[in-house]
Design a protein around this ligand. Structure first.
Ligand SMILES: Nc1ncnc2c1ncn2[C@@H]1O[C@H](COP(=O)(O)OP(=O)(O)OP(=O)(O)O)[C@@H](O)[C@H]1O
Length: 227
């Protein structure tokens, strides 16, 4: 069996002194597509933040893409994030530069130097999300769905071992949500591992996959009922 990309055991997750989740045991293997569901305030974002080093893991053990979350040092966080692709609800693109310049900015910030390698990587990730022809546009010239595709392309730049998507369709209408979901499904089929927090039960029904639920300070796997 391949090494898991994420293995959390007996973890407790806190926001300041408040216990948000306890006895968390979650394993994600390469190639998985896993949903994280649960009502507002149940701890989905807190869990995601723990995984990308925004919240310290105070209790329990956690290994993610080869990093030990317990005792993770501030200076290790950029290296952890390089092996993760993080996608947020609000896209977080830089509005003062084009799509291609947004991607170039990330490549340079993560140590890329070779100009032609960077251009070809940008072509490659834009192609994967169906946005190759729109690289010259500014984010504000794009629809929400297109901006999210670019954010997914950005997450793919450093060939992440795990993509963490926190409510990636939260700002999109149902049709656009399905289109963005198709992009995520496609990249998962091509080998990317994805953990996606969502409120969108319609997507779960349309694209069933392993589902974890945050409820009553715990995370447990739920079995989807087929109607
Ligand atoms: N920075 C913070 N400081 C203190 N408490 C916080 C902080 N961020 C979140 N919380 C609390 O932690 C709990 C879990 O919040 P979290 O954002 O993880 O939930 P969520 O399931 O992601 O909710 P949503 O679906 O609304 O995004 C909530 O009770 C929230 O009030």
């Amino acid at each position: 069996m391949a090494t898991p990309v994420l293995k959390i055991q007996k973890a407790s997750i806190f926001q300041r002194e408040n216990l948000i989740l306890s006895e968390v045991n979650v394993t994600i293997n390469p190639g998985d597509f896993v949903y994280l569901i649960g009502k507002t305030g149940s701890g989905k974002s807190s869990f995601m933040k723990t995984l990308y080093g925004d919240l310290p893991l105070q209790e329990g053990t956690g290994e993610i893409v080869g990093f030990n979350l317990k005792g993770l040092k501030e200076k290790q966080i950029p290296f952890l994030r390089r092996k993760l692709g993080v996608v947020f609800q609000d896209f977080k693109l830089l509005n003062d530069r084009t799509v291609r310049a947004n991607l170039l900015f990330v490549l340079k910030a993560t140590g890329w130097k070779d100009k032609s390698a960077m251009e070809s990587k940008i072509d490659d990730v834009l192609d994967k999300v169906g946005m190759k022809s729109k690289g010259f546009k500014y984010p504000y010239q794009l629809s929400g769905g297109e901006q999210q595709r670019v954010a997914i392309a950005r997450a793919l730049l450093n060939d992440p071992e795990l993509i963490l998507a926190d409510e990636p369709t939260g700002n999109l209408d149902p049709q656009t949500s399905v289109e963005v979901m198709q992009v995520l499904q496609e990249i998962n089929k091509n080998g990317n591992t994805i953990l996606m927090a969502t409120h969108d039960y319609a997507l779960l029904l349309k694209y069933p996959s392993k589902t974890l639920k945050c409820d009553s300070n715990k995370i447990f796997e739920v079995v989807q009922k087929t109607v």
